[in-house]
Design a protein around this ligand. Sequence first.
Ligand code: NDP
Length: 328
Amino acid sequence: SSHPAVVTVTGAAGHIGYAALFRIAAGAMLGHERPVHLRLLELPHAVSAAAGTAMELDDGAFEQLLSVDIYDDPRAAFDGTDFALLIGSRPRSKGMERADLLQANAAIFAEQGAILNDVAAEDLRVIVVGNPANTNAAIASAHAPDIPAERFTALTRLDHNRAIAQLAHRAGCVAREISRVTVWGNHSPTQYPDIFHARVAGRSGAELATDRTWLEDDFIPTVAKRGTAIIETRGASSAASAASATIDHVHDWVLGTPADDWTSAALPSPGVYGVPEGLVCSFPVRAVAGRWEIVEGLDINDFSRARIDASVAELAGEIAAVGDLLPA
Ligand code: NDP
């Protein structure tokens, strides 16, 4: 549809937000026909940086960009919003334990979920990028009882895209020749990029997977540890690729996945593939008429099962660690 979309970006002055905003404004996310109102939410200390980004967005003279507004109040920023890109989250600071980080973020996402429940548009769609993304999405959803849980998603598209890139290098082909890759589980090093159902330049992924040394010692760890490798090489965490994957996620959610292919997104489990109901887990998904549908019935071999189970166990542990922030 071509009615204007209200898009709220949190952490808008951060590295990922900065890269995402220009592509949203240019029509890469919702198509070139759809006008956009952009809302930039930041913490008070970063509002000025967001205002500077808004000046640059102005200077892009983007044809379909109707407005850019800056907020430090989530209730105002989310009022009537159609798309909430939850990129801002609390980074780990020195001496902070993992459990403290989970708690700090759970508090942020509990508040944002409750506010979205009160003020967002009827057709709200949420993509959580801020880590721990899967659990943050679960917490936000738990605090938004009036919004269907399936509208709360977390980003694993970057992991999916990284897997495609590695396969393309391996096979000497381009990304377009690769389909049906799946990332399962958590957006963390336990994630499992599954190529057993993939098609790679006319070959089956299962055939590539017969080289277990490559699969286990090269492909899987390269994809799972790519974020760390980028920090070590670039001297800063991945930002443009994370922004690009966020755009891909929302684009496909709204405009559909290509025929004969699927992608990966983290959604609340309806209890399929042995993933306990409610855990926000990455699955193979197609988007049909603006809704994600999990691709069901894939044969999961023992190799895959063990890896999926390990990542799902980690997700269950994260939820247990923030249990007191889940409403009874
Ligand atoms: P980035 O824009 O680089 O990253 C934002 C979040 O995305 C982080 O949680 C980061 O996780 C996560 N992320 C998920 N996937 C990836 C990936 N593949 N590569 C890199 N990051 C990934 O962070 P900045 O610090 O530059 O910006 C964050 C902004 O958020 C700040 O401007 C801050 O003021 C704001 N903020 C807003 C809040 C709010 O609106 N309520 C709350 C807290 C912060 P990780 O940390 O694990 O890299």
